[in-house]
Design a protein around this ligand. Structure first.
Ligand code: SF4
Length: 262
């Protein structure tokens, strides 16, 4: 009986992957670009919680089991200071996975990734730029627990926690990963290169094409300098376009000079 269950689970997972490989995205219109670039007010209020999908697929089951393991994890000292773990949220069938560095204060309190002003900006990018719903992508961090005071994650914490991310990526099997911010990008790609040098080209993380863009918090913080704010949003927009093109082509990108494989 256990063997039959296992075969059924594997078959479901294969069918899902075949199905979501054939999905296409819609090319974003100039109107959507203008919407993303608009000088709309972004306040600090938490964004509406994205509804969790209730898919009963093998991938969803496996992710739920992984989330249970993460919730009980004590592999590193962050387990002693967290309010709760922040596993990630979104579709188990996502073609696009966003990865940040670590939960912040609001994420730690709510148990959800990218809430607050940064979450609002990310939602705007997803809905206005990618023309997707937030629940159609998957959003998570390298670390599943908040470092106290939002300090930078330590190497030992990353080493203990990254296997959870790798398993998430294996299960979801997205077409593209978007690293949010230099810290996440450097951690994922094992590099000390600057965000400026990492942006604008394709990298690879465990065989999945990876693109680097600015962290939403960084973009929002630049509001005090209007020209910088505009430039940062333009660059995010360029990154959105590159990812959209890859999703539409649905074939491997060109890994040129400066590409990193991790
Ligand atoms: S950060 Fe990761 S490894 Fe450390 S306790 Fe949390 S889940 Fe476990």
């Amino acid at each position: 009986m256990a063997l039959i269950d296992e075969i059924l689970r594997d078959t479901r997972a294969l069918a899902e992957r075949a199905a979501h490989r054939s999905r296409r995205t819609v090319r974003t219109s100039p109107e959507a670009a203008a919407w993303l670039m608009a000088d709309r007010e972004i306040d600090g209020a938490p964004s509406a919680a994205p509804p969790q999908t209730a898919e009963t697929s093998g991938t969803a089951d496996a992710l739920a089991e992984l989330a249970r393991q993460v919730a009980q994890c004590t592999r590193c000292p962050l387990s002693e200071t967290r309010t709760q773990t922040v596993f990630g949220a979104g579709s188990p069938r996502a073609r696009l996975v966003f990865v940040g560095e670590a939960p912040g204060q609001q994420e730690d309190l709510r148990g959800e990734p990218f809430v607050g002003a940064a979450g609002q900006f990310l939602t705007r990018v997803i809905e206005g730029g990618f023309k997707m719903r937030r629940e159609d992508v998957f959003i998570c961090n390298v670390l599943k627990c908040r470092p106290p005071g939002n300090r930078d994650p330590r190497a030992d914490e990353i080493a203990e926690c990254e296997p959870y991310l790798v398993r998430q990526i294996e299960l979801i099997a997205p077409s593209v990963i978007c690293a949010l911010g230099g810290h996440a990008a450097k951690t994922l790609l094992r590099t000390s290169e600057s965000t400026t040098r990492l942006r604008g080209k394709w990298h690879s993380y465990h065989g999945i094409p990876l693109r680097v863009t600015y962290h939403p918090s960084y973009v929002i913080r630049s509001r005090d300098v209007p020209e910088k704010f505009k430039e940062n949003r333009r660059k995010v927009w360029e990154d959105v376009q590159a990812i959209l093109e890859l999703l539409e082509r649905d074939e491997p990108p060109c890994f040129g000079p400066g590409s990193i494989e991790a």
